[in-house]
Design a binder for this molecule. Sequence first.
Ligand code: 1PX
Length: 211
Amino acid sequence: MADSFSLRNVLENFKSCLSDNKEVYVKYYISGWRELVSFMNSLGSVFSFISKDAVSKIQILENFLMGENGTHYLTVQSMVKYELDNELVDLTKRGSHPESGCRTLLRLHRALRWLQLFLESLRTSTEDSKTSVMCSEAYNASLAQHHPWIIRKAAGVAFCALPGRDAFFEVMNAGSHQEVITLLGEALPLISEVYQITEDLYAKNKLLDLP
Ligand code: 1PX
């Protein structure tokens, strides 16, 4: 992980995520998220309840990857196959595998949809666009559907503390506004591809509603 956040690091990780035959490497997927979490931490402590949850999910996946069955966790595809073949996933209600790789990654996968929507709206925003509005619209169209009222409420409060558009572009640490916009244009197709491959894989295996 780099010392300070740059949007470029996020891009690099998502670029490295895809193997030649379009499998998603867990290692780079979680490194991408670590970068994003370090960015979020730089925005202030209102966001710490969000980053804590993200970090704990990243950690669960990292533990699998580093553990004795780590080779099965190299890609999202191999993870899904391994956990399903070995009945390591709670499919309908939480039971003996409450923290499977599959359900844990699904939470980050849903958040990736939020990220995709939010970055796209930042990319196409104008000077008077409000980050808090863009963020909550992206949230309502994605993650919010999976969150109970109390989390939605807390998320809404946090969004109000987001820096304005100018400051936001600054903290992304990728040059001038125009350079940030160009970089977002490069990052988004990569993020979308990783998202779509995961979405199709989960849909095919009926894993999109894991408890
Ligand atoms: C370049 C700019 C990018 C900004 C980067 C921001 C990174 C955001 C990382 C968000 C990761 C959120 C993961 C949430 C996973 C989740 O849905 N968890 C819930 C369910 O988990 P469970 O194990 O119980 O089934 C959990 O209940 C979540 C709790 C925390 C609240 C989640 C609110 C998510 C808001 C997402 C928007 C982040 C806004 C950051 C603004 C920069």
